[in-house]
Design a protein around this ligand. Sequence first.
Ligand code: GDP
Ligand code: CA
Length: 342
Amino acid sequence: MPSSTATLSRITVLSGGVGGARFVQGLLHGLRSGAVPGGSADTEVTVVANTADDWWIHGLKVCPDLDTVMYTLGDGIDVDRGWGRRDETWSAKTELEAYGVEPTWFGLGDRDIATHLVRTQMLEAGFTLSQVTEALCRRWQPGVTLLPMSDDRVETHIAIADPDSSSGRSVIHFQEYWVRLRAAVPAETVLVVGQDAATPAPGVLEAIADTDLLVLPPSNPVVSVGTILGVPGIRDAVRATAAPVVGLSPIVGGSHVHGMAAQMLASIGVEVSAAAVGAHYGSRDSGGVLDGWLVDTRDADQLPRLEEAGVRARAVPLMMSDLDATAAMAAAAVALVTGGAA
Ligand code: GDP
Ligand code: CA
C-alpha cells in the first residue's frame, strides 16, 4: 500500500449520474486545491460511467448518466434538477405532446435534444458510443477522461407487480420505473438486459488496472455501480488491480439521499444501511471489491459490523452540500486506503 507521500498520478471512478458526478466535481476541486493527499491538479481522473440507464426515445439515443457527468463537470448542468441543461426550454416536448406522441412523461429539453441528435447521428454513421462520448466531451471539456462502461447495448429493466397482466407482473424499462412511476411501487427484480454479452468499452479495463486509486463514489449500488461491475470482466479487473479500492456510502442514516437506492436494494435483498451496502460490496480479502468504505458520521455505530465483515471503514460527514465538503469526502476516502493524512 502506498505511503502517505505516494503521488496519485491517476484516479479512476466508477460512476452513476447525479451522485457520481457531484462526487467527481468535488474530487477535482480537492485535487486542484491540494486537499487530497498525494493528489494535485496534474492527477488524471478517468470516469467510467454507467450506461444501463440508456434508452431510445423519439428516435434518439439518450445516455442519462454519461450526460449528467459531462454536463456537471463541463458546467452545463441544471444544478437544481441535478440533470439536464441549465436554462433549458421545453418547446419540442410540448410540440410532441400536441401531436399525441407517447411517452409524454419523459422530458427531453430543447438544448439537451441537440446532444442526443449529435449522438444518434454519429451512432447511425457507425461510430461507437466511446467515440461519440469523446466527441461530445470535446465541447464540454469535463477535465476527466469520460468512458462509457460498454459500447454494447445494456439496459436495466424492472419487474413490478401488475394485477392486469396474466403473469401478475410487468417488466418495464428502468426509465419508466423511475420517471413515470417515481419508483413508488416495489421493484420485484432488476433485470440487466444484454449485460452477459457486453464487453467493457475500450480503455475501461486499463483504467482500472493502471490506476493509483479506484473509487466507488456514492452512486446507486444496484443500478449504477452494480451494473458497471456486472459487465463481464470489470469485477475481476477491480478485484485484481494493484491500486487500493475505496467506496463511499450512498446510504446515510438508513436511507438514500436522493433517488431510489432503497427500492433497488430491497429488490436484491440487501438491507438499506451503510453497513449492509459495504458488506454487499465486500472486502477484496474475501471475494469482494473494497479495501475501504466510508460511512456518514450518523452511521458511526455501524463501524463494528463492517469490521466484522472484514471491511476497513471510517465515519466522516458524507453530505455533498458544497464543493469543499465533497472535496473533504474525497480526501478522507484517499486517506482511508493510502494512509495519507486528510
Ligand atoms: P443517478 O444515476 O443519478 O441515480 O446517480 P448515482 O447512481 O451516481 O447516485 C445516486 C446515489 O447518490 C443515491 O443513492 C443517493 O443516495 C446518493 N447521493 C446523492 N447525494 C448524496 C450525498 O450528498 N451524500 C451521499 N452520501 N450520497 C448521496
Ligand atoms: Ca443513473
